[in-house]
Design a protein around this ligand. Sequence first.
Ligand SMILES: [Zn+2]
Length: 536
Amino acid sequence: MDSNRGDLILYNGRIYTLDPSQPLVSAVAVQAGRIVYCGADADARACLPNCPPENMVDLKGACVIPGLTDAHLHFEWFSMGLQQVNAETETLDQALAAVKKHAASLPPGRWVTGTGWNHNVWGGAYPSAGDLDRVAPANPVALDAKSKHAVWVNSRAMQLAGIGAGTPDPPSGKILRDSSGAPTGILLESAVPLVKRVIPEPGPEEIARAMLHGQSVAHRHGLTGVHCMDGAAALQAFQLLHAGGELSLRVVKSIPLENLDAALKLGVRTGLGDDWLRIGGVKMFADGALGPRTAWMLTDYDADPGNSGISTAPVEVLRDAVLRANRGGLATNIHAIGDRANREVLNIYAQVARELGPTGLRNRIEHVQLLSPQDYGRLAELGIIASMQPIHATSDMYIADRYWGSRAAGSYALKTQLEGGAVLALGSDCPVETLDPLAGIHAAVTRRRADGSPGEAGWYAEQRLSVDQAVRGYTAGPAYAAHLEDRLGRISAGMLADMTILARDIFTIHPMEILSAAVLGTVTGGAFAWRSDALS
Ligand SMILES: [Zn+2]
């Protein structure tokens, strides 16, 4: 009786398969988590004659694409953030109301954490511990300022941290005090850790619970898979979800560099796992970021003479790590932003390739944010995956212009990489940016922000991707990066049934409207992980 369990037919749609043999079909038939047919409506029905009527879904002309995968995000960080108070409010009272609501949902004694406040927006005076005591008397509270240079705490939090009138200010830090010398609840700079160190780290169960919420948010945005760049706790939490049958997102989990030795000792290789949860590459960093001007540059930043950024790990250390990882069957994902960092990483990959010969591993550079023209073609030459985040281009465009000047022509250069022959695996770097993949596709296609800036043509218009190229960057690209191209990234018979259903046809609407294309449904493994009322 179970033979038709998991049968699903989607029909009357505009289904973009990314399969060149039949790029656009109207129906797809799914059995036991895999696609068994795509083509015409009647043939899909004939293919699964016992499909229960409730599993035959009339798409009413909706657009279907292969399931979208975010190839670079921080899923634990994102999910834990969802559990926090958003204190980025217009008034102090709004922030206090949010704390009150959150505290009421927690048992007494559990920490309330949050971020985003800015007292300048609230009239200029710092808020106080007493404000928080009134709305959360039974819970310790610690809220980071948006700047991250201050934390606002209540009396319970100060008690737990042992902060009182007698506590001296730490060197280069400050505990704000009233006229009697009592702390007011604001800790600045190096006083911030006084309280941070007493907040308990979340355990895997708590992270898993948070991720369950994160997963539902991801599905609502049309994501069927993620490449998660967080650490060992995230890997544990994903395993808990998987063991409990609750994982409905395909996860490729990177390993932090600090765990390379342990992974090698254990014999873990890239690809270990199954179609839901598998080990990706070893994540490491070559430099900082553009915002704080710590990205490692070949020459100084414009408007910042004498500063060429920071190499966050000695090149020899990175080279040794890549060599050992690759030799042990582990691919590597190296964060590189500046043109110097990218060059050094490319040099490392070239040296390791010479030393080891073909390994079959798909090494990556994360971000590929700025390349010197002479390095444009080297990712393709070396077979390095370009893991890029289109929305960084539009978020960063003004600071890139300011600090990279004309060099910015080689920054966030998606089209240059694609046309040069590199595989693009696109993502969001969430929670640094929104995980909404439509926002990423929109940025890649338009090189404009949601508000339309910097104007019609977009920023460095020659780097705009077609919708087809951008969608491939979120589907076939991440699948290839994870050696999953034989089962993900395309809608065709034999592939895993992961699909994203959109209200509007993003291939034909005005590119600015991609942002409002609206996800109607998200199917993973042949089941709806998210389904809007419009599809019932
Ligand atoms: Zn990241």
